[in-house]
Design a protein around this ligand. Structure first.
Ligand SMILES: [Zn+2]
Length: 142
């Protein structure tokens, strides 16, 4: 097992399905952060075979809904003082704001740039979300 600098304050996203690390990295625009970010890919895992890990120094507030949409099996470890102070699975988000577009072309959120689309989970298995404005169901795809 290779050793990579551990962080003392921040967030470690663990158990990311191999290949999804890069998607989360780009969806959260982590390259734009001013803080050190480490993306580890294809790390051997007893649980998953292979997994990806993302370590973000100094950041504790992160878009968990987006992570849950990309990979709901991701574990979020919050690190403080060099120790894990909380650990939980992100799961599939119940409510999503502005992360994808409503599939209804006549929906106000697609014509008015100030109307942020808000979706509520309808079916976790198929990743279907209902639009708060027009009630049209949108299936989230990467
Ligand atoms: Zn809509």
């Amino acid at each position: 097992m290779m050793q990579v600098t551990s962080i003392s304050e921040g967030i470690v996203l663990d158990h990311i399905t191999s290949g999804n690390g890069l998607k989360i990295f780009s969806k959260l625009n982590l390259a734009a952060l001013d803080h050190p970010v480490v993306l580890l890919m294809n790390v051997p895992s007893r649980l998953l075979g292979r997994k990806d890990i993302i370590k973000i120094q100094n950041i504790k507030d992160i878009d968990l809904a987006m992570i849950g949409l990309v990979d709901s099996s991701t574990t979020v470890n919050v690190i403080s003082g060099g120790k894990i102070i909380s650990k939980h699975k992100v799961g599939i988000p119940e409510e999503v704001r502005g992360l994808f577009k409503c599939s209804n072309p006549r929906c106000v959120t697609n014509s008015d740039t100030y109307a942020e689309p808000i979706f509520h989970l309808v079916d976790a298995k198929s990743r279907e979300y209902a639009c708060e404005y027009c009630e049209e169901t949108t299936k989230y795809r990467l």
